[in-house]
Structures are given as structure tokens and as C-alpha cells.
Design a protein around this ligand. Structure first.
Ligand SMILES: [Zn+2]
Ligand SMILES: [Zn+2]
Length: 455
């Protein structure tokens, strides 16, 4: 056994997560075979540091990449599954430490290029653009991109094939029959995997504790339209900037209700611009400049803002503090949270909601409405069961979750008849071949700060 040196042999197929297994955020996954490693995703997470003197400080952190930096001559390449921050946000900070080519699809590549530009790295980082359905040989790994549905354009699962076995890495996914943007979820490619034989399925656990099915992205339209059309005041909707489908839904509602749709703040405007560049923004949905908002009658304003998690510098927080030059809200204006509460952000969100209500704004959160105004991008229990029935992997590897999500997901997979099911953590070595087993604490892991941002 070569595990002492952590160099996989020709009969070995390994999974080694450095981040994202045991937490939601900062994904950094490694697959090992025949002397080489393949990195899948390299993301960040945001944490409030234990600094009681200055509670407005937020940290951007990533998984400690020490292990792969020490083995960088064995790193064949980096694959980015989709453009969420917890999957690609650490690349501009960490890439120089391991310097391997990056493989991803067009939308994700465009998001990444704009980030790299800010770090003056655009000319240095080789980005190889692939198409949905493509297969690329990356060192000893053959990687195929499979379309899924999620909450951002171009989400992909990966089939990673080697002579020692095949892995299906789901990345973030859900089953959405009407995703607003992109093709609806197709089960056939996943059913076909069972015929080919999948050694292990590495799978999203975010919503493993939730029974039933996730809400379709298209289902948020009626309630959002009702909430926007029933008021004569200004409306501000807060959502994640990368959810282009949600932005398109809001743009459409604005058009139908006689309002000007205006994304406010840099990150939203950047995302709309990326959606235009990559052909995802519908030509019939106008976008108003935020500088015009102050001149419009209240009933014609539909602004979209980031900051649904209570982030101190985001647009919503600035609107609450009346610190936004282009738009001042007045008593009675409506603020809609078209978003979920990410675990850990409860206090920051509660403080923001208090501040908005104190100014007399009419605040509506997702849990207060009759019908959905937010749709999660992750699979609930019935979706997980369907995927296991289709793919029928030999080994289930729950990831992208906190310990309770992973443990529950492991149980669900076992009950579904999956032969091996491992609930491990960052730094554990999942031996997929030759003999399945989980070796605990093989690599020391942790998190490293990338950036401090003060309010
Ligand atoms: Zn994610
Ligand atoms: Zn995601």
C-alpha cells in the first residue's frame, strides 16, 4: 500500500476532499489515480471571525491547499463544475501555488476571467473551455461534462473515468423540470450510467435532511408577481447575484407590471453583463441604469439588490442605512427576500431585517409567504433516492454538507441498497478501488484566510 506517501498506484482510485465535506462552502476535492491528482472545484466560504471588538469584520477563507501544493507536480488539472463562489472563488487567490490548467464551460470561464482580471492573472492562467457533453483527457483521467439543473447557468456533473473505475461527481444539482434558463433535467444520461457501471457517486448533501422534492425555479414567478403588483410603492428584491434565472423572472415581472428593472451594486451588474456576453440574457428584457432610479415615481421601481445574508457592505445593508446614493427608500417601500438563510447567517440577517423594519419598510421573507418566492438549487430526499436508483453506484460518498447532512445522506443511500456508503470528513481518504474503505484523517486540513473586509 502506497498510502504512506499518498501517491496513488495504477490500481488505486481515491477521493480526498480538502474542503466542503463536513461543511457547506469552500469545496476543494481531489481524485487520485496512477500517480496523478485531479482537482475538482476550488471555492471560498465567508466567516465571521471571532473578533468581538469589531463584529463587522468578515473573512473570506478557503480550504488549506497545503497537501496539493506539496504534490503539485502530480496535479494533472483543475475542473470547475459551476460558477458559484464556493466552487471557484479561491482560484484567484490560490492558483499560483499549484499552477495547473483549468477546464470549464463558457459561462463559468467568463465569471472566472473577470475575477482573474482583478488580480492581474488573466494572461497567466490557462483556461480550457469545454462544451456540455464533451469528454476531455486530463492526465490519466477521462472527464465527461453532464448537464444538470441548479441555480446558476451551466451546472455540470462529471463522470471521471480511469482504468481502475469510474466516478460520478454530481456537484451541486437538483431535479428541475422548468429551470427558466437552460434545458430541463433529463434522467436518461443518469440511467445510462448504471449500464456502464459507476464505482462511486460523490453527491451533494445540502438538503439531505429535507423530505420531498425541491421547488422548481419557475414556481417562484406567481407569488413574486403578486407581491410586486399589489403595492404602489418601490420594491427591492434581494437574491443571489449569480441566479440569472431569478433575475430574468424579476425582469419579466417588471416589464409586466410597468416597472423598471434595475440590478443595483457591482456584483449584480457584473453578472447581468456576463449573462449578456454569454448569450443568456433575453433581448426583450430591458435593464435600467441604477443612476436613474432616484428620478422615477415609486410605483415604477423594481430594484434588485445583493446582501440577503446580511453582508455588511452589500447593497441591501446600505439601503437599510440610507447609504446608497442612487436610491433612497421611504416608509412603506417593500423589501422582498427571495433567498434562503444560509446556516450561520441567522443573526446577521435578523439584524438586517430589524434595521429595515425600523425604517418603516415592508419586509417580506421567504417563510412568510403563501407560495414560494425562493427555490433552492439542491436535491431533497426524494430526488436523492431517484438519482441512486438511476445511477446505482457501488459506493455512495456524501459531500457538500455539514456532518448531520452527510450522516443522514449516508443512511439514505444504504437504505436505497447501495453496497458501501461512507460518511467521511475533509482530510479522510476514500479508497474507491481496489477495495472500498474509508481511512480517517490521512491529511491534515484546515482553513486559511484570503481576505479581510471591514465595513
Ligand atoms: Zn455549492
Ligand atoms: Zn452551487
Amino acid at each position: 500500500m502506497l498510502i504512506n506517501y499518498l501517491i496513488p498506484g495504477p490500481r488505486d482510485l481515491w477521493f480526498l476532499p480538502l474542503g466542503g465535506t463536513g461543511e457547506i462552502g469552500m469545496n476543494l476535492n481531489l481524485f487520485g489515480h496512477a500517480g496523478q491528482w485531479l482537482m475538482v472545484d476550488c471555492g471560498v466560504t465567508f466567516q465571521e471571525p471571532l473578533n468581538t471588538q469589531n463584529p463587522t469584520l468578515f473573512d473570506v477563507v478557503s480550504a488549506d491547499p497545503k497537501f496539493i501544493v506539496e504534490h503539485k507536480e502530480h496535479l494533472a488539472g483543475i475542473v470547475i463544475t459551476h460558477a458559484h463562489e464556493d466552487h471557484l472563488g479561491a482560484i484567484p487567490y490560490l492558483w499560483q501555488r499549484f499552477q495547473a490548467p483549468i477546464y470549464t464551460t463558457a459561462f463559468t470561464a467568463e465569471v472566472l476571467r473577470r475575477k482573474l482580471q482583478q488580480f492581474n492573472l488573466l494572461d497567466q492562467v490557462p483556461i480550457i473551455e469545454v462544451n456540455t457533453g464533451d469528454t476531455q483527457n486530463i492526465g490519466v483521467f477521462s472527464v465527461q461534462w453532464l448537464a444538470t439543473t441548479h441555480s446558476i447557468p451551466e451546472p455540470h456533473g462529471l463522470v471521471i473515468r480511469t482504468p481502475a473505475g469510474a466516478i460520478f461527481h454530481t456537484a451541486d444539482w437538483k431535479i428541475d423540470a422548468n429551470p427558466v434558463l437552460g434545458k430541463k433535467f433529463q434522467s436518461r444520461p443518469f440511467e445510462r450510467m448504471a449500464e456502464q457501471g459507476i464505482s462511486a457517486m460523490v453527491c451533494d448533501s445540502t438538503n439531505a435532511l429535507k423530505p420531498g422534492y425541491s421547488t422548481s425555479e419557475a414556481a417562484v414567478y406567481p407569488e413574486l408577481k403578486k407581491l410586486i403588483s399589489e403595492t404602489r410603492n418601490r420594491v427591492v428584491v434581494s437574491c443571489f447575484s449569480s441566479n440569472i434565472a431569478r433575475l430574468i423572472t424579476l425582469g419579466r415581472i417588471a416589464k409586466e407590471t410597468g416597472r423598471y428593472f434595475s440590478p443595483i451594486g457591482r456584483s449584480l451588474q457584473n453578472m447581468v453583463s456576463i449573462a449578456r456576453t454569454t448569450g443568456y440574457w433575453p433581448a426583450d428584457i430591458p435593464v435600467a441604469d441604477q443612476r436613474h432610479l432616484g428620478y422615477l415615481p415609486a410605483e415604477e421601481v423594481l430594484a434588485v439588490a445583493t446582501g440577503s445574508q446580511g453582508e455588511p457592505r452589500a447593497a441591501l445593508r446600505r439601503l437599510a442605512n440610507d447609504g446608497f446614493r442612487d436610491l433612497q427608500l421611504e416608509k412603506g417601500d417593500r423589501v422582498i427576500f427571495s433567498s434562503m438563510i444560509i446556516p450561520g447567517n441567522e443573526d446577521a440577517i435578523a439584524a438586517l431585517v430589524r434595521a429595515l423594519k425600523a425604517r418603516g419598510f415592508n419586509v417580506i421573507q421567504a417563510h412568510e409567504t403563501a407560495r414560494p418566492i425562493h427555490a433552492s438549487g439542491h436535491p431533497c430526499q426524494e430526488e436523492l433516492k431517484l438519482l441512486y436508483d438511476w445511477v446505482q453506484p457501488k459506493i455512495a460518498i456524501p459531500t457538500h454538507g455539514e456532518p448531520e447532512h452527510l450522516d443522514f445522506h449516508q443512511k439514505l443511500a444504504s437504505e436505497r441498497g447501495i453496497e458501501f456508503s461512507f460518511s467521511g470528513r475533509n482530510g479522510d481518504l476514500y479508497v474507491i478501488a481496489p477495495e472500498p474503505r474509508l481511512q480517517k484523517n490521512v491529511v491534515k486540513t484546515g482553513r486559511i484566510p484570503l481576505q479581510f473586509s471591514a465595513n
